[in-house]
Write a protein that binds this ligand. Structure first.
Ligand code: PEP
Length: 253
């Protein structure tokens, strides 16, 4: 079975102490993880080492950065490289979240560079894609996400792409409380897998975990994750509440 993943995206929330407490509260609940399941916490840069230390005893719990820069190293004040993340033991990094695309003008080409650098560092990119509301209203969502994949991923080999995690996050569902229906999620995830298959073949397409993100909650996670092509979720708001995220982890297939 493909990896089933519950990924928390804390964004720019919580103080250090609050983050530490949230992790402790989640870890205090002994959820028996299965071999094909993974829990990831994408935390702010200053909390990476604390979070990594907190989950050190759980091989099925990992820590992710929320971003890295598109250059290897050098005079880029304030930025963090893939190599730096690797050097502190981080093996996952969220790339191309719609908030970064929108507020920081991250282009598909820039994301391709970030992915290249992460793969050199044996770090798994969690690549986000998804359409805005006006595109969905005009029924252009498939073309939109296909273009995002084409511009940021199509230069990769099958071996490289099979190391990625993809997160489909319709922008109209992020932080809005308006979740995609299970039909909408399954339809898009199956489409994404068909794009992967066309480009790299069936075996690769079947190997890549595709997460759904956009107002996943304790109350809707199980039905979303039950969809055959939905391999878990990337969760913002609900990942900040211990009991809610615990329920979401328990909802994994
Ligand atoms: C996200 O930011 O990745 C996200 C899905 O947020 P939320 O769950 O709050 O919609």
């Amino acid at each position: 079975m493909r990896k089933q993943i519950a990924a928390a995206n804390w964004k720019m929330n919580l103080t250090y102490e609050q983050g530490e407490k949230l992790l402790q509260d989640i870890l205090a609940v002994k959820i028996p993880g299965q071999a094909h399941q993974q829990v990831i916490f994408a935390v702010p840069f200053p909390y990476l080492i604390m979070a990594k230390t907190a989950v050190a005893e759980r091989t099925d719990y990992s820590i992710a950065a929320q971003n890295c820069y598109s250059k290897k190293s050098g005079a880029y004040t304030g930025e963090v490289s893939a190599e730096m993340l690797y050097s502190i033991g981080i093996r996952y990094c969220v790339i191309g979240h719609s908030e970064r695309r929108e507020y920081f003008q991250e282009s598909d080409e820039m994301l391709a560079e970030k992915i290249n650098l992460l793969l050199v560092q044996e770090t798994t990119p969690v690549f986000c894609c998804g359409e805005p509301l006006e595109v969905r209203k005009a029924a252009g969502q498939n073309k939109h996400v296909e273009t995002q994949l084409q511009k940021s991923l199509f230069h990769l080999t099958a071996e490289q792409v099979s190391k990625l995690v993809i997160a489909y996050e319709p922008i109209w569902a992020i932080g809005t409380g308006q979740t995609a229906t299970t039909e909408q999620a399954q339809e898009m995830h199956a489409f994404l897998r068909s794009v992967l298959e066309k480009q790299w073949g069936k075996e690769t397409a079947e190997a890549v975990s595709i997460l759904y993100g956009g107002s996943v909650k304790a109350s809707n996670a199980a039905e979303l994750f039950a969809c055959p092509d939905v391999d878990g979720g990337l969760v913002g708001g609900a990942s900040l509440v211990a009991q809610d995220f615990v329920q979401i982890i328990k909802a994994l297939k």
